[in-house]
Design a protein around this ligand. Structure first.
Ligand code: FES
Ligand code: FES
Length: 164
């Protein structure tokens, strides 16, 4: 007999129901059950931030959350941050500022930066560096990532002041 649990959650503004094993992490469910492969598995132990998602408004490492804990939750993944057309300003600035190399860490950085800008639309460089301390990148040296987040914040503020 299957011991899978029925879980219902709102993921990227869509109500989804899925079966998951009690031992499965939210990261495994997103990637292996729901085919949302934007969240990456780096360390699988909470150290790298590559699996970051926003759950009930809080930035979490999805490798440390059980899939069953998602029941009733509202979750945003990198797929939900990307607009239907074009790119989110964070994604655009990561490209323009060359803030990625291999890209494995990038979804986690962008989800984490989105969570920061939701709370603090005008962060200082220090605040960006402090907030992103839980995200590791083996390639870029961080400066371009921090610049991209600051540039996205500037652009988003300017769009809010001067909507098209
Ligand atoms: S894979 Fe989750 S923190 Fe590294
Ligand atoms: S771009 Fe390779 S780990 Fe960050």
């Amino acid at each position: 007999m299957s011991n899978k649990v029925l879980v219902t959650a709102t993921i990227n503004d869509e109500e989804m129901s899925f079966l998951c094993e009690p031992r499965q992490s939210l990261l495994e469910v997103l990637r292996d059950v729901l085919n949302l492969t934007g969240a990456k598995e780096g360390c699988n132990n909470g150290n790298c931030g590559a699996c970051a998602v926003i759950m009930n408004g809080v930035l979490v490492n999805s490798c440390l959350v059980l899939g069953v804990e998602a029941n009733g939750a509202t979750i945003t993944t990198i797929e939900g941050i990307t607009p239907k057309e074009g790119l989110h300003p964070l994604q655009q600035k990561f490209l323009e500022d060359a803030a990625l190399q291999c890209g494995i860490c990038t979804p986690g950085f962008i989800v984490a930066a989105k969570a920061l800008l939701d709370k603090n639309p005008n962060p200082t460089e220090h605040e960006v560096r402090y907030w992103l301390a839980g995200n590791l990148c083996r390639c870029t040296g961080y400066d371009k990532i921090v610049r991209a987040v600051l540039d996205a914040a500037t652009e988003m503020a300017s769009k809010q002041r001067n909507p098209a």
